[in-house]
Design a protein around this ligand. Structure first.
Ligand code: HEC
Length: 287
């Protein structure tokens, strides 16, 4: 009883946060219901951009910027992440010291698994991202953890993304109070204003999606997690989704969290659930 009451309290708080956005047309679900959230999230963008099909948002700002899209497609024809994907495949198949390899840790030898991450791990009660699962696999086979921004980690996630292209995102929030709480926390993070600019993710990637900022169109959050890791032309290298979270939080003048922190894993859980049904299409190129 007490636990249920407590959870309702949390939901009320989240409802108020989303309620504050009602003026923007963002849905304010009455209770914790990820599927209702997802439908509302998607229809928000569909109503604001009736000419942009939901599926198109997996290409970020290129869904709405025709001129930039043409240039981008030319780059995607000879993608700068190609070598990274090949390197990732080789690493994935490389045997560990005990003779096993990553394929032993993942279903279908690691092909077509990206769309299921992040997942809720009922043993640890935590959100497990693909990166955490990769390090978990290494630990089980006696290998040291990879740092989350290492070339190896980015190559492995790039190959797994590539081998999962075309699968619809299918993240699950199981019927477990802990999973729902993790999801709700991620959602709250998304709607919370922070930093000197006092802005939330939803401000730039919801309310102002489509607006022009520093020479770029702001993309919608819908479709954000489908295409990572990303090769950034500006940096000349691959970046993870959490690195992007990090950059956006720093840009509003707030203190970012670490890659794979609990906060970022939960944010990813919420955001990826919102993109369920859209195609996995990583890796990708961005400015
Ligand atoms: C002040 C505005 C602003 C805020 C607030 C903001 N971002 Fe961004 N974000 C940007 C800009 C600008 C870009 C680059 C253009 C684009 O792709 O939208 C970007 C890009 C991204 C991308 C990469 C998009 C792609 O297609 O690969 C992700 C993911 C992202 N932001 C997530 C977030 C999250 C999560 C939050 C909240 C923690 C957030 N952003 C808050 C401005 C913002």
């Amino acid at each position: 009883m007490i636990r249920r009451g407590g959870r309702r309290g949390g939901v009320v708080a989240a409802g108020l946060l989303t309620g504050a956005l009602l003026g923007l047309g963002f849905p304010a679900p009455a209770r914790a219901d990820p599927e209702a959230d997802r439908i509302g999230f998607r229809s928000y963008f569909q109503q604001r951009f009736p000419d942009v099909p939901a599926e198109a948002w997996i290409d970020g700002m290129y869904a709405i910027d025709e001129g930039a899209r043409q240039q981008w497609q030319e780059i995607e024809d000879f993608p700068p992440y190609e070598f990274t994907v090949e390197e990732g495949q080789a690493l994935f198949q490389d045997p560990f010291g005990d003779g096993r390899s990553y394929g032993d840790c993942f279903p279908d030898a690691g092909r077509g698994i990206r769309q299921r991450y992040p997942r809720f791990d009922s043993e640890t009660g935590e959100v497990e991202t693909l990166e955490v699962a990769i390090n978990g696999c290494r630990a089980r086979h006696g290998e040291p953890a990879l740092s989350y921004d290492s070339k190896e980690m980015l190559a492995l996630t790039a190959w797994i993304a590539y081998a999962s292209r075309g699968r619809p995102m299918a993240v699950e929030v199981p019927d477990d109070a802990r999973a729902l709480a993790a999801y709700e926390e991620g959602k709250r993070f998304y709607y919370t204003k922070r930093g000197r600019l006092d802005m939330a993710c939803v401000d730039c990637h919801g309310r102002y999606a489509g607006a022009f900022i520093r020479g770029d169109h702001l993309s919608a959050s819908l479709g954000h997690p489908t295409h990572f890791p990303v090769y950034r032309l500006k940096l000349g290298g691959m970046v993870s989704l959490h690195k992007r979270f990090h950059g956006c939080i720093r840009d509003v003048g707030a203190e970012p969290f670490d890659e794979q922190s609990r906060e970022f894993r939960r944010l990813e859980y919420f955001l990826t659930y919102m993109s369920n049904g859209l195609e996995a299409n990583g890796p990708a190129v961005r400015k």
